[in-house]
Every structure is written in C-alpha cells, then in structure tokens.
Design a protein around this ligand. Structure first.
Ligand code: AMP
Length: 406
C-alpha cells in the first residue's frame, strides 16, 4: 500500500515524504482510515511499529484549515521524554500545515510553566501531556478543554503501572463527552480493558504481534557471576569498535552510577540516565547520546519504552528485567525501522528463571555464549536443567524411608 491511497491531505503527504517514510506500516494502514472515519480505537502496539505517526497523521489531516487556536487534541503519555518526542514528531509531520502544539511535563523551569500555562489557557491545536503535570494545571482553573475533539492515550499500560489511573479519569472528566478516543498500549492486561470500557465507545481494535522482538535483532546470553559482568561487557565492547551507539540497561536505578564508573575505569566512557537525574540533565544526556557524542548510555527500564533513538547498534542487558515484556522493549531500542541490531543479556544465577520466562514469552531459545576463559568459570544454565530433569531422579531423591516395622 502507498501513503497516497490513505486519503490524507497533500500537505500531510508532502511532510511524510520529507520524513523519508515510503510505505505505511501495518498499524498505519489499519488505524489511519479508522481515525479519519472518527472511530474510537484500541491498538495493541509497541514502539517501533510506527504507532505515533499512525495517530498523528490523521489528526493533522483533520487540522488542515482550522483557523482558531482552541485545543483540538489531547495526547496523554507516561513520561516527559515521550511527551517531548511526540511533540517533535508532530512538528516534523506538520511542516507544511499551520499547527500549534505544546508539550506539558514537569521538571522544567518557571519559563516552561508559563509557556505551558499560556498554551492551556489561550489554546493551541495539540497538547501532549504527562498526567501529573496536566493535573497541576487543571487545578489552577484556567485550562480550556471545551473544544477537545480527540483524546489519545499512549503507552496506557505504562501509565497504569505508574499509578496514573485516577489522574487519567480526573483529566477525562474535564473533556467533552462527544469526542474520539484512541488508546495505544504495548500490552492488554484486564485493567486496560476496564479503562477502555470506561473511556471508549464501540472501539475498533488492532493487535500487532506484541512480545516479538524485531526480526533484525540478533540475541545472545552470557551466563555470568555478578563479578564477571563488567568483564563480559568489556569483552563484548572490544569486539565492536565500529559501533557508535550502545545502550546498557539495568533494572536497578542504584546500579547505573556503578556501571558507568566501572566502564570508565576500563576505558569505556559512558553516561548514565535514570529518574534520579533532574529533567534538564536527562535531556542533556539524551541529546548527547542522540548526536553520538556519547557512545555508551547506561539506562533503567523507564527509558526502555517509548524513546526513539535511531541507529542504536547494540543493547546490552546488565541483568534480566523484572517484567519479561520489558525485555522486548529493551532490545526493541535497536534494529528499529527494519535495520539490524544486536542484543546481549548477562544472566546470573538469580536471573535464570526470569530469562526462562522471557524465552517462553518470545517463544524462542536464546543462544548461551561461552565467556572468555580469562574471566573464570561461569555459572551453569540451572533452570533449564531442573526443568528437563527426568522424573525418576526426582522420585529417587524424595523416596520416603521404609517404616521400621516392615
Ligand atoms: P514509533 O513506533 O512511533 O515509536 O516509531 C518508530 C520509528 O519509525 C520512528 O522513528 C518513526 O519516525 C519511524 N516511522 C514511522 N512510520 C514510518 C514509516 N511509515 N516508514 C518508515 N519509518 C517510519
């Protein structure tokens, strides 16, 4: 299918070709016509599928020719980074249309607050907001949502995980009942269904194969003791001097600085990013990584969703994520838009069970590589062995002693 078959305004099509998009992705093919027909929509899709453009393009089409500055579309997202990123994508895709947009998120300075307040009071076509900050503005009484026609919830599962459920309902209570609502979520647990049933009317649905890593990612595992992990990372990095963009994920905030420190000591300068940093520091670190001034970024799972940085060559998981879905999100940072990428995961004995859950989720066994001998003996893949242990061993071990009277 071609974008021109989607009946989008020529100025939108022009921006699409300017962005270098050649053909619509599956979610765009499905969602764009439905959104143009004003249908509500539930889309189960993760980042990397082109879901952002899937909702921005038809909204921009509808905004062509709008003369006033009333707020037409409200997009609610879990993190500030995602708010900033979506707002930037809006700016790119609306290059040939006169459309105003404003990101609303916390952590900025007073100037930021004033710009946000002005947009919410006087209006701008599209608002992209994190729930907490939007609530702060709503409480001040000046927000004018009377003309909102479209509500979009992006990464809805993440928002519920972060405890934003009440905030979302509160925000929605300020919106007109007659509106189009689109809900995007990487996973569809029952609580998302409950939320959808409250907010959407007769929605159309699309599920894109979730929990499947992009086909271009080659995945491998090293079984390591904790004290072998930095050595293993060094070993991986030494083989890839040509890679310019590498993310190392850890599920623990407190690990970030230590990993950065150890890597620096081993001659691999790296920067860390986690919610411990101030907003301006996070943006600075991300922008240096985007522009390839920083080669190695050490990040927590908060960063594994939503953030779209092109041309990441390799993802290294310092540990297994708590949630198997997050593995897919983490390694989805590489091999975006049909490129090739690599993912390595370091697994200690404690994480083996989690790794096995990941393998079940993605329905594939990930190759376990041998550590270089210099790093010492590595742990064995215990879970798998226990899992396949023949039953008769189990019986022998637990056979009760015969009663003495016999
Ligand atoms: P998303 O799933 O929205 O995070 O998008 C992932 C990446 O794919 C972003 O860098 C988009 O700019 C890009 N993208 C979106 N739609 C297309 C398309 N039709 N063709 C090529 N790249 C696209």
């Amino acid at each position: 299918m071609k974008f021109s078959e989607l009946e989008l305004h020529e100025d939108v099509l022009e921006a699409i070709s300017q962005m270098g998009f050649e053909t619509p992705t599956p979610i765009q093919e499905f969602a764009i016509p439905k959104i143009l027909e004003n249908k509500d929509l539930i889309a189960c899709a993760q980042t990397g599928t082109g879901k952002t453009a899937a909702f921005i393009l038809p909204i921009l089409h509808k905004l062509v020719g709008k003369m006033d500055t009333t707020i037409d579309t409200l997009i609610i997202v879990p993190t500030r980074e995602l708010a900033i990123q979506i707002e930037q994508e809006i700016q790119g895709l609306s290059y040939y249309i006169s459309v105003g947009s404003q990101a609303i998120y916390g952590g900025g300075d007073g100037k930021n607050w004033e710009a946000q307040k002005e947009a919410l009071k006087d209006g701008t076509d599209i608002i992209v907001a994190t729930p907490g900050k939007l609530i702060s503005h709503l409480q001040m009484g000046y927000v004018n949502f009377k003309h909102v026609k479209h509500l979009i919830l992006d990464e809805a599962d993440k928002m519920l995980d972060m405890g934003f459920s009440d905030d979302i309902e509160k925000i929605v209570s300020h919106l007109p009942k007659e509106r189009q609502t689109l809900l995007f979520s990487a996973t569809m647990p029952p609580k998302i269904r409950t939320l959808a049933s409250k907010l959407l009317k007769n929605p159309e649905e699309i599920t894109l194969s979730i929990s499947k890593p992009a086909a271009g990612v080659s995945q491998n595992v090293y079984l390591t003791l904790d004290n072998q992990k930095v050595g293993a990372i060094k070993h991986i990095l030494e083989q890839k001097p040509e890679y310019t963009s590498i993310i190392i994920f850890t599920s623990s905030k407190s690990n970030v600085n230590e990993i950065v420190f150890q890597l620096k000591k081993s001659g691999f300068p790296a920067k860390g990013i986690s919610s411990n940093l101030e907003q301006s520091e996070r943006e600075e670190v991300l922008s240096q990584f985007r522009s390839k001034k920083t080669r190695i970024l050490v990040a927590t799972d908060v960063m594994s969703r939503g953030i779209d940085i092109k041309e990441i060559n390799m993802v290294i998981n310092y540990d297994a994520p708590h949630d198997a879905e997050d593995y897919v999100h983490r390694i989805g940072r590489t091999a975006r838009a049909n490129t090739k990428g690599e993912a390595y995961t370091l697994i200690n004995e404690k994480d083996m069970r989690r790794m096995q859950k990941i393998e079940r989720l993605i329905e594939a066994e990930i190759p376990k590589l041998e550590l270089p001998e210099a790093l010492g003996a590595q742990p064995e893949w215990k879970v798998a062995q226990a899992f396949h242990k023949p039953k008769k061993n189990f019986k022998r071990k637990f056979k009760p002693n015969k009663p003495k009277s016999e």
